[in-house]
Structures are given as structure tokens and as C-alpha cells.
Design a protein around this ligand. Structure first.
Ligand code: C6P
Length: 410
């Protein structure tokens, strides 16, 4: 769908105070949204308001402040349920972020349901957060980790995926969008095939949810997770969606306050969903501000954001193609938000430092995907990642900056 004519980027940019910043004497061009996006004033205001006049612990007090904080905290859960079209709000577990969510599933589900000889499938495109927790639990449970290979463009080899699937497959855990290459994976097909073998599917949506509409029921995904800080919300918070029957069947992840029903020294019974998976005092302020970020995205509309970013991605890719000496890493047919590249023979770090001198923030290195970099036999890439506030003028400045630094690199 094309951008709504109402996509008023100048107005949107005014919501983000940091975009006024000057870095190294130049206006900031923030192309590191894949690492973390910037925060609109609305989200910042929610945090200030909460700490200035609303703070109390949640789920614990009968007093007004505690009840008010609890209502606001739980309101974020409802917003998340609606945003991702989950059937029930208690299927949305509030976690510290994507990493925490994947560790929760690998640990709690894995300990209960993975047995010797079972198989877990991940892909070459995964972030370390969707590799290491599975390696750890597979080692503990004597299960086998299998990896879907990719082609040179950075797309999953679906034929190979089908070959890997068998009755031994218990979990398929892949990202929705690759953080390093921007590849949008054919997740509906991945899920359909996995379900034919009664395997569950966890999607790491960290790089998908800021860029596109996601409907967990339409996908029929079993677990889906992401982080607030890439969705224009605060750091230290995220969510895990899980189908009710799966979450109910899983043992708790951590023990402590709030996750219990009745505790004696002999035995403990556990609270219902979602509290069973939310031990201890949560990150209340940031959860509430996450709700503000969701409302902010709702107001703009995910379809409008997706269309705007698609235009930016196309424009930037086209402009970069005109430059000599640029090598794209990852040229999947379906991409979102990200251009990974190398400049001639130069090290990504040198490119990043020179761009920074011109006020342009990009990420360089392996992007927490070392096996993927090994696949391409490179130490890392330069990654430009876009957001809802990225403009074509910024892309033009970026292209000029690349032209300017190229002679310095050779
Ligand atoms: N990727 C990047 O620059 P946390 O740190 O838990 O919020 O998210 C981890 C994570 C998991 N999966 C994917 C696909 C991700 O992109 C990330 C975070 C950032 O690419 C920081 S390493």
C-alpha cells in the first residue's frame, strides 16, 4: 500500500526532540534505528508525568496510586493485544525485551518439552539472541540444533528448510526480519510447514514490528516477541506473545513476587497468566510509556509507516547503486528498513567513524550476527537503518557523505 497523502513527515519529525541535535557540527542524521529508535516527546512526557506524580508499585496495593499505576500498566497489555491482534490480553507477557522473551521460551518451554534427540531449527540470519538460548537449552536437553541456510542474496533456502523438517522437529525459531540484511522472511509459509509436523514456531519480531503491521492470529504463530525500544518506546521493556494453551502448559521462568498463588515452605502454586511469567516488581514506568509509543504508532498507522519506509528504502538503494565501489550485503527481494553494505576494501569501522564526523549515525560490525558474517566471509558491514522519520533529504546527505569519504578510504 502506498503512503497515505496525510503522512506529514515534517510534523512527525517535530515530535522527536533529538532530531534537532547537532553532532560534530552537523545536523544529526540518525540511521541507526535498527539498533534503537528515537523517542517522541509523547513517550518522554509519559515517563516524566509518571515519575512526577503517579508512581507506586503495581498489583500490590489497595491505595489509589497503586491502583492507578496498575490500571495504566495493564492498559499497555491491552494496547499490545489490540496492536498485534492477540485473542486475549493475558497472552501478552511483558518482558525486558526480545532477548528476555526468547530466553523465557527456550528455558521454560525447552526444559519442559525438549527431549533427547528432538530438533530445534533456527536460520543463518539469526541474531545471537535467537541462537545462543537455543544452543544452551539444546545442550542441556541433548536436543539437536539445525540451521536453515541462505542464498547469496540473503534469503532463506526454503527447499532446504523443508528437508530439515521432520517428526523430530519440536521448534522452529527464526526472525521475521533480519537485523543485519533487512530480509523479510516468508514467515507464513515457515509456520504452515512447521505446523504440518506439529512443530511450534517462535518469531523474533524485533526488526519487523517497527516497520509493518503484524497480526499474530493471521500468522497463526505460536510465540512472537519484540522490544519496545525499536518501536519508539523505552529501553528495558518488550513482550512475548504466546498462545494461551502453550503458555499455560509451560512452567514459570523465574520465581518471586507476583508470579505466585500460594506459597508455603513445602510447596508453591503459581498465579494465572500473564503474572505467572512476570516475577518481581516490573519496569512500570517504561511499560506505561511503551503504551504511549503504541498509541503513537496507531495514530500514524503502520500501513502508512510501512509505505513511507518502503519508499525511503527504494530511494536510498537506487541512489547507492549509482555510486562506485559500494557492495550491498543482502539483496533479498523482500526487504525492510535496512541497507547493509561495504565501501570498496575498507573496514566498516572506518566508514562508520568518517560518517559520524559528518553527523551521520550508522552501525558497523557484525550486528550480533557473527555466523551470518562468517557465511559471507566478512568481518562486518556498515548498516544504515531507517525509521518513520527518515527523509529523502537525509538520504541525499548520506549519499554526498559517502562520495566525500570514499577518497579518504582508498
Ligand atoms: N538488534 C541491532 O543493532 P534486545 O537487545 O533484546 O532489545 O533485542 C535483541 C535482538 C533480537 N533480535 C533481533 C532481530 C535484533 O535485531 C535484536 C537487536 C540490535 O541489530 C542491537 S544488537
Amino acid at each position: 500500500m502506498k503512503a497515505a497523502t496525510t503522512y506529514n513527515i515534517d510534523k512527525l519529525r517535530k515530535d522527536f526532540p533529538i532530531l534537532e541535535r547537532v553532532v560534530n557540527g552537523k545536523p544529526l542524521i540518525y540511521f541507526d534505528n535498527g539498533a534503537s529508535s528515537q523517542k517522541p516527546q509523547q513517550v518522554i512526557d509519559t515517563l516524566v508525568k509518571y515519575y512526577s506524580g503517579e508512581h507506586a508499585n503495581v498489583h500490590r496495593g489497595v491505595h489509589t496510586l497503586s491502583q492507578h499505576a496498575t490500571d495504566k500498566y495493564e492498559h499497555t497489555r491491552t494496547l499490545l493485544q489490540q496492536f498485534f491482534n492477540a485473542e486475549h490480553d493475558y497472552e501478552m507477557i511483558l518482558t525486558k525485551g526480545t532477548t528476555d522473551s526468547i530466553n523465557l521460551v527456550a528455558s521454560a518451554w525447552g526444559r519442559a518439552f525438549l527431549n533427547e534427540g528432538d530438533e530445534v531449527i533456527i536460520s543463518t540470519l539469526e541474531h545471537h539472541s535467537n541462537i545462543v538460548p537455543w544452543q544452551m537449552i539444546c545442550k542441556e536437553r541433548k536436543a539437536v540444533l539445525k540451521v536453515i541456510p541462505i542464498n547469496e542474496k540473503g534469503e532463506l533456502l526454503m527447499d532446504e528448510y523443508e528437508q530439515l523438517l521432520s517428526d523430530k522437529t519440536k521448534m522452529v525459531a527464526v526472525n521475521h526480519v533480519s537485523n543485519s540484511l533487512g530480509t523479510v522472511n516468508p514467515v507464513k509459509e515457515i509456520i504452515r510447514l512447521a505446523h504440518q509436523y506439529n512443530a511450534l514456531v517462535l518469531l523474533d519480531g524485533a526488526q519487523a514490528v517497527p516497520h509493518m503491521k503484524v497480526d499474530v492470529r493471521e500468522l497463526d504463530v505460536d510465540f512472537y516477541c519484540a522490544s519496545a525500544h525499536k518501536m519508539y518506546g523505552p529501553t528495558g521493556i518488550g513482550f512475548l506473545y504466546g498462545k494461551e494453551e502453550l503458555l499455560n502448559a509451560m512452567p514459570p521462568y523465574q520465581g518471586g513476587g507476583d508470579m505466585i498463588d500460594k506459597v508455603t515452605f513445602e510447596k508453591t502454586t503459581y498465579n494465572d497468566l500473564p503474572h505467572k511469567f512476570e516475577a518481581g516488581t516490573p519496569n512500570i514506568a517504561d511499560v506505561i510509556a511503551f503504551g504511549t509509543a503504541i498509541e503513537y504508532l496507531n495514530e500514524i498507522g503502520m500501513d502508512a509507516i510501512a509505505a513511507h519506509e518502503e519508499e525511503i528504502l527504494e530511494y536510498a538503494t537506487e541512489q547507492m547503486r549509482q555510486l562506485e565501489g559500494i557492495r550491498f550485503v543482502g539483496e533479498a527481494d523482500q526487504k525492510a528498513g535496512v541497507i547493509s553494505f561495504l565501501v570498496g576494501e575498507s573496514h566498516p569501522y572506518d566508514v562508520g567513524v568518517l560518517l559520524d564526523k559528518l553527523g551521520i549515525a550508522v552501525r558497523t560490525g557484525h550486528h550480533c550476527t557473527q555466523p551470518l558474517m562468517d557465511r559471507y566471509n566478512i568481518p562486518g558491514t556498515v548498516r544504515a537503518s531507517f525509521g518513520l522519520y527518515t527523509t529523502k533529504e537525509e538520504v541525499d546527505q548520506f549519499i554526498k557523505a559517502l562520495q566525500r569519504i570514499q577518497p579518504m578510504l582508498s
